[in-house]
Design a protein around this ligand. Structure first.
Ligand code: SAM
Length: 448
């Protein structure tokens, strides 16, 4: 792995940088794999785990198993995530927001690593908006949110500038900025050839723009978590310094155990691969003091779309735990959202472009529910719904969308489950069952 000399020279003098150690960490790196458990789902993992010390949920996995052939992965029992990124947990816990009902935003959320992590840390009565501007990346984000089983998440597709329509709105914003990606060189060799000083400058200008918009949407007293997976000071310390000066943002120091190897730098924290068991990462926490009420959204709020409260579905009770939830209709589709966030939902619909919200329950057809995949994976699935326990081989066949052989018992809709974890729907007819696992999610490979 030959690193560009202009890149290595650009790191000279940075806190914690040691060229020989840094090059060695790239030359002889054993790939590091880590996962983060979903605390709201049952999980019984067969592979060997070693805790990532800065999070309650993360573990290193060695050797790397086949995630594709693990039903737990498809059922949302865990997320495969780079370990340094999980430092978000320390920043969030130490922000003091953990036990409050808050509005949180992940502005650059796809594919959903930090958004699902943040969701596991939020008090249950909180609302999370997971946004991704690039449309092609929103499908994966939505799928990962659905897998996580959460009902208090809205997925949006908006440019950061459009969040200025919601001034002083969010208590917490995660801004995991698009960057030059040098921190991932060990995992993404193509990024090495793409790296140029001009690309770093281009990213830094974009980061400034995104940060300015995000800041407007942050409440006074709120915290913005800014992060990149770049080593370049221009995308990290220089951005934090500029922002603190220009916007009177206040840097929030975080206590980190020295054994973790994270280096404190000017107004932020760095993970170097020669000190931390993880990839390159920078983060900082900035507190907003002054309101932005002067920001007058020039935007005229749209009328809410054709979504109405649904009232006539008494039999939904056998499908979904509806306490504290409101059921809404979008055409034939039914979705459920926490009642306490109805006003926010209205506002988000008017100001942003929501693609998914709450739990999609399914379609109401001929007085019956045709359930949606999201309901099967939701933490709100009613315990009255029958589950069909599958062994690993059957579960994999189910996830490949094959016909499965089992003793189906009752007729009608049942949830295919592996070790108690819901995977999706089966519709049982006489002696056989139709497999309703979504085509787009199925395992394409035949064998390990
Ligand atoms: N937070 C994600 C996670 O933990 O899974 C990773 C986010 S990645 C570092 C940065 C994201 O920013 C990408 O999803 C990318 O599509 C998005 N992005 C690219 N250009 C952007 C822009 N101009 N404004 C906002 N986001 C952008």
């Amino acid at each position: 792995m030959l690193l560009p000399s202009s890149f290595l020279e650009s790191l000279d003098g940075l806190p914690g940088y040691d060229r020989a150690l840094f090059e060695a960490a790239h030359a002889h790196a054993d790939p590091i794999t880590s996962i983060r458990i979903n605390p709201s789902k049952p999980v019984d993992l067969s592979f060997s785990l070693e805790r990532v010390p800065w999070t309650l949920f993360g573990s290193y996995v060695n050797p790397r198993p086949s995630f594709t052939f693990d039903p737990n992965f498809h059922g949302g029992a865990y997320y495969v995530q780079e370990a340094s990124s999980m430092l978000l947990e320390q920043a969030f816990i130490q922000s003091g927001l953990q036990n409050q009902s808050i509005r949180a935003l992940d502005l650059c959320a796809a594919p959903g690593g930090k958004a699902t992590h943040l969701h596991s840390l939020l008090a249950p009565e909180s609302l999370l908006v997971a946004n991704e501007v690039i449309r092609a990346r929103t499908g994966l984000l939505r799928d990962n949110i659905v897998k996580w089983g959460a009902e208090n998440v809205v997925v949006t597709q908006n440019d950061p500038g459009q969040f200025e329509r919601l001034p002083d709105y969010f208590d917490w914003i995660t801004l995991d900025a698009p960057c030059s990606g040098s921190g991932m060189f060990r995992k993404d060799h193509e990024a090495i050839t793409a790296w140029t000083p001009a690309q770093v400058n281009h990213c830094a200008l974009r980061q400034q723009r995104i940060l300015q918009s995000a800041w407007k949407a942050l409440k006074p007293g709120g915290i913005l978590f800014y992060a990149t997976c770049s080593y370049s000071a221009a995308e990290n310390e220089a951005i934090a310094d500029w922002f603190i000066k220009e916007y009177e943002a206040v840097f929030q120091p975080i206590q980190l155990d020295s054994s973790w190897g994270v280096v404190e730098t000017k107004n932020g924290y760095r993970c170097w691969p020669h000190f931390v068991k993880g990839e390159g990462f920078f983060f900082t926490c900035l507190k907003k003091i002054h309101s932005d009420v002067a920001v007058n959204p020039s935007y005229r709020f749209e009328k809410s779309k054709q979504i109405k409260k649904a009232t006539l579905y008494p039999s939904l009770n056998g499908w979904v735990e509806l306490a504290g939830m409101e059921v809404m209709e979008i055409g034939e589709e039914l979705m459920a959202l926490p009642k306490m966030y109805q006003a926010d939902w209205q506002l988000i619909q008017q100001a942003l472009n929501p693609l998914y919200a709450g739990i999609r329950l399914g379609k109401w057809m001929r007085d019956k529910l045709v359930p949606d995949h999201a309901l099967a994976l939701s933490n709100r699935l009613s315990s009255a719904v029958a589950k069909l326990p599958l062994d690993k081989q059957q579960a994999i066949a189910y996830l490949q969308r094959k016909e499965i052989n089992a003793d189906f018992g009752t007729k009608g809709w049942v949830v295919a489950a592996y070790q108690g974890l819901s995977l999706g729907w089966l519709n049982v007819l006489s002696g056989r069952a139709n497999n309703y696992y979504p085509k787009g999610l199925r395992i394409l490979k035949d064998h390990l």
